[in-house]
Ligand binder design. Sequence first.
Ligand SMILES: [Zn+2]
Ligand SMILES: [Zn+2]
Length: 243
Amino acid sequence: MSCNFSIAHYESTLRAALARGYRFVRFGDETPGAAVLYLRHDVNFSLAHARRMACLEAALGVRSAYFVQCNSPFYNLCEPESREAILLIHAAGHEIGLHLDERCAEDDEDLEAFAERMYSIASPIIPLARVVSFHRPTAAVLGRTLEGFVNTYETRYVGGARYISDSRKQWREGCLCQVIAAGPDRLQALVHPEWWNDADRPAELIGHDILETRIEQLQAYMGANCAPLRLIMPALACAQGRR
Ligand SMILES: [Zn+2]
Ligand SMILES: [Zn+2]
């Protein structure tokens, strides 16, 4: 199969990793030996994509870690649908961590205090491990050990392990399947669930679809919670009528 961002290629890549004997391990666990794979997913925009990927992985017997944001405008950890998706991902055997955005830290807050504050907000809502990844990480977090949290950018995971990412829908160092075929002893792969769909789609179209879905959710909420606002959105009248 040629390389692309289809969910079918993702599945065949995971099968290849299993066939090569890779062990899918948790961040924070002691994992001596070779063929260690830390599979990580930062969820920036779509828990629906994350949920689908988590189910596929679980069906293959693959364990990974999903990192969710407290401050994403695309999903809200308290929304029933979002929480349900996260609980399902967790029940499928995956770990849930926080995807922290350093730009949300208070001026007088160090990274530990920031991580602790976000953890204290989210941990009563979702099953959360004390492991964090950073959204658009700056030099301040790279190689940094945090008191009380495992940081996926610690040197044991970046440097101590080979690190590759599909950020911007691009494998800059070759597709994950090629890296797995080369067989590094220790590998951290960051896979953004949004990029992976039935067929490979241009990033801007994926973004458009996710945006449209979110707008529909917001419109449905607005209409369902304030009668006059249903009138300004005739396209939603049918959807509201069914509620
Ligand atoms: Zn490939
Ligand atoms: Zn991110």
